[in-house]
Design a protein around this ligand. Structure first.
Ligand code: MTE
Ligand code: MO
Length: 321
């Protein structure tokens, strides 16, 4: 992995620069291969789509900074948007950035169901307006042992949930990804049980750290990162962070999340980052921060103990992994 982190360059400049480069390379390559307009007509549809995905430069304005942000070095935009897990677009890290062009983030609706007062199908833009957007620079830890620092743009999930008014029976909230093999061709494969589902206990969902992200690096969320809206729960392993959400369901029973259904021996419901509990096939004690050489220690709750440890007092976190 390359190190590309000139300390004196603003994130926005890095972003613009890399987008500029990728567009230039695209034009140069196609010009070399086929020449001019004919090139863009002759190129495979997927490549064109992926270029459109990359070129989503719509910027957010008036995004406020958050005291919950880390001051650690951010992972370069290029890595955040090309090294992804999004099995709906293939199982290797590089395919989502290449294949997610088929995803269409607008128009987009989210249905709100179950133990909640305001059951309704919401247009995404009305949900997003429920609270001011914030920039949250969070650590991100994948269960596979790599980590990043990502400047999300989003709104606290609590601000949305409060407005939806869950009933007294709502103990958990479940999030479901879009099910559409035209937009998400990887859903034709049997690697996971589609659609992708995750859940949180109500108090986890209401914790001020829990975010609904709609952007990163000040820009609209790239398709490969879960456009148009995805969950971000920074003290849990990456797989809890459901992408491209179309349904929020409140329930009195613990949801059966996709990874637990796939392999209950290896993946639990809680999935709190915990260096003391090994994955059955590898240690979780250390992690590789993308862009760095060597490894660093993994912190309990991914370093967010102060904000979330109280949620689990009295629970055996080896049993509830
Ligand atoms: N719908 C859906 N959401 C998903 C996944 C997925 O395959 N499908 N992968 C998860 C995993 S394992 C990780 S590590 C993160 C990766 O998010 P990123 O690609 O934005 O870094 O998304 C999570 N959310
Ligand atoms: Mo992950």
């Amino acid at each position: 992995m390359l190190i590309r982190k000139p300390a004196d360059i603003q994130p926005s400049e890095i972003t613009d620069h890399s987008l500029y480069l990728s567009r230039r390379e695209f034009m140069k390559d196609s010009a070399l291969a086929l020449g001019g307009i004919a090139a863009s007509l002759a190129l495979p549809a997927l490549l064109l789509h992926s270029q459109q995905a990359d070129a989503a430069t719509e910027k957010f304005s008036g995004v406020k900074k958050s005291p919950y942000s880390t001051t650690e070095d951010m992972t370069p935009y290029k890595d955040v948007t090309t090294y992804n897990n999004f099995y709906e677009f293939g199982t290797d890290k590089y395919s989502p950035a290449q294949l997610a062009g088929t995803l269409n983030p607008r128009p987009w609706t989210i249905s709100v169901e179950g133990e909640v007062k305001h059951k309704k199908t919401y247009d995404i833009d009305s949900l997003i307006k429920m609270a001011p957007l914030e920039e949250r620079i969070y650590r991100f830890r994948c269960v596979e042992g790599w980590s990043m620092v990502i400047p999300w743009v989003g709104l606290p999930l609590a601000s949305i949930l409060k407005k939806l008014e869950p009933t007294g029976n709502a103990k958990y909230v479940e999030f479901t990804t879009l099910l559409d093999t035209k937009q998400m061709p990887g859903e034709r494969s049997g690697v996971l049980d589609w659609p992708y589902i995750e859940g949180l206990r109500m108090d986890e969902a209401m914790n001020p750290l829990t975010l609904f992200a709609v952007g990163l690096y000040g820009e609209v969320l790239p398709k490969q990162n879960g456009a148009p809206i995805r969950l971000v729960v920074p003290w849990k392993y990456g797989f809890k962070n459901t992408k491209s959400i179309v349904k929020i369901r409140f329930t009195d029973k613990q949801p059966v999340n996709t990874w637990m259904k796939t392999n209950p021996y290896e993946y639990g419901f809680y999935a709190n980052v915990n260096p003391q509990v090994d994955h059955p096939r590898w240690s979780q004690a250390r992690e590789r921060r993308i862009g760095e050489f060597g490894k660093r220690e993994t912190l309990m709750f991914n370093g967010y103990s102060e904000q979330v440890a109280h949620l689990y007092t009295g629970m055996d976190l080896r049993k509830f992994f």
